[in-house]
Design a protein around this ligand. Structure first.
Ligand code: HEM
Length: 385
């Protein structure tokens, strides 16, 4: 299949002027005024709830030819009891249940619905924060010690949930908690990475090959703080962090293009604002803007970040700007600014690999990753029948 055939058709709904993109999702249309700095403060007690010790172990059917372990994080003794009970119930179901691709498509569709049902949250979509959850769950991988990665979904536990880099992700974990209630057989690692895939695809990005097989682990499998990148640093730091995961310069640049999506929140990372004018649509605008706009250091009381000279409404992190300063990074950034098709292709394969980091081959339920159809593609294929 050609790569262009894999692309989500919604992408074509965009208009020509990159600075005036119209999102294909009416709900997700960007609020051009930027009147709000950020719209959604994190709920009180960020990460405090979701990370208590998990107690429940149940039999699941998804991973490793039908033998996957799941357990449920709980808050208090009383809730633990309830959770164990419901866990036992779901284990009973799961013991005789081997999910098929169709079952995972049902989960995908539920996630797509949740993404769109964001009301006043940020730019009207939970998509970007779900992409960030999937990436932070995966990006802790260390190729030498083979620790970290998406396998055990250890961000459910303290202290990983409290690591500075994960500030704000409780929003995304809680959302996925709701989906998990409806589909108790899926592991958190599969659910979070599938959410990242659904978010990218439903926001008009490329297909991201994905397959299930991650299992839920324990707090002891969490990785130490400091494995995710620090946005205040430079090229050497980016290389240290991403080479440790097994990526090269080209892949670092391709992955960074995810910042076409979403925004920084003062009360999460300390930084502020979106990278592009269409933060709920996957485009190569991030690269175009890096080259086509003049970027100046923002004068404010926050951490060092850049703003575009013309509108002062967009931002770049020091680690974004380094992509047009470092010679090797710049070569790839230029190619991606010139060709969205090329970036889609490279982004798709790098993200697919990112989301599989830390998962032993023996755990995958299929030898090759699947292409999950978008909601629009599913509807179109129903119409054909
Ligand atoms: C290259 C190193 C990277 C650094 C230093 C970095 C840093 C950051 C920071 C500081 C934020 C703002 C968080 C907030 O305040 O809410 C952010 C958001 C985001 N990052 Fe990255 N990131 C990096 C790579 C990536 C990668 C590889 C991906 C995905 C493949 C990604 C996806 C996102 C998304 C989608 C958001 C927006 C989240 C939202 O709108 O809530 N980032 N990143």
């Amino acid at each position: 299949m050609s790569f262009s055939a894999l692309r989500a058709p919604l992408r074509n709904a965009r208009v020509a002027n990159p600075l005036k993109r119209v999102s294909p999702f009416p709900k997700a249309q960007f609020r051009a005024s930027f009147a709000r700095n950020y719209s959604t403060p994190p709920p009180a007690g960020e990460a405090a709830k979701s990370s208590s010790t998990g107690l429940y172990l149940g039999l699941g059917g998804a991973a490793a030819a039908g033998l996957a372990y799941f357990f449920f994080a709980t808050d208090s003794g009383k809730e633990t009891g309830t959770s164990v009970k419901s866990g036992v119930q779901s284990a009973k179901v799961a013991a005789n249940f081997v999910p098929t691709k169709e079952d995972y498509i049902k989960v995908y569709n539920k996630i797509a619905q949740v993404i769109d049902d964001a009301g006043e949250y940020d730019d009207g979509s939970y998509g970007p924060v779900l992409v960030r959850l999937a990436w932070h769950a995966s990006g802790t991988y260390d190729k030498d010690s083979k620790t970290g990665g998406s396998n055990y979904a250890t961000m459910r536990f303290e202290p990983e949930s409290l690591h500075g880099a994960n500030a704000g992700l409780k929003v995304a974990r809680d959302l996925m908690g709701q989906v998990k209630q409806e589909f108790p057989w899926i592991s958190y690692g599969d659910l979070w990475t599938l959410a990242g895939v659904a978010a990218i695809q439903e926001m008009a990005g490329p297909h991201i090959p994905w397959r299930p097989g991650r299992i839920d682990g324990f707090a002891a499998q969490a990785t130490p703080d400091g494995r995710l990148p620090d946005a205040t640093q430079g090229a050497d730091h980016l290389r240290n962090i991403f080479y440790r995961m097994g990526f090269n310069d080209q892949e670092i640049v391709a992955l960074s293009g995810a910042h076409a999506l979403g925004r920084c929140h003062r009360d999460r990372s300390g930084f502020e604002g979106p990278w592009t004018f269409s933060p709920t649509t996957v485009t190569n605008d991030y690269f175009k803007l890096l080259f086509n706009e003049s970027w100046v250091w923002k004068k404010w009381d926050g951490p060092k970040q850049l703003e575009d000279k013309k509108t002062k409404s967009l931002m770049m992190l020091p680690t974004d700007y380094v992509l047009v300063q470092d010679r090797s990074f710049k070569k790839y950034a230029k190619q991606y600014a010139e060709s969205q098709d090329l970036w889609f292709k490279d982004f798709s394969s790098a993200v697919s690999r990112l989301f599989e980091l830390g998962v032993p081959t023996s755990q995958w339920v299929s030898s090759e990753p699947w292409i999950m159809p978008t909601v629009e593609e599913q509807e179109a294929s129903k119409e054909k029948k």
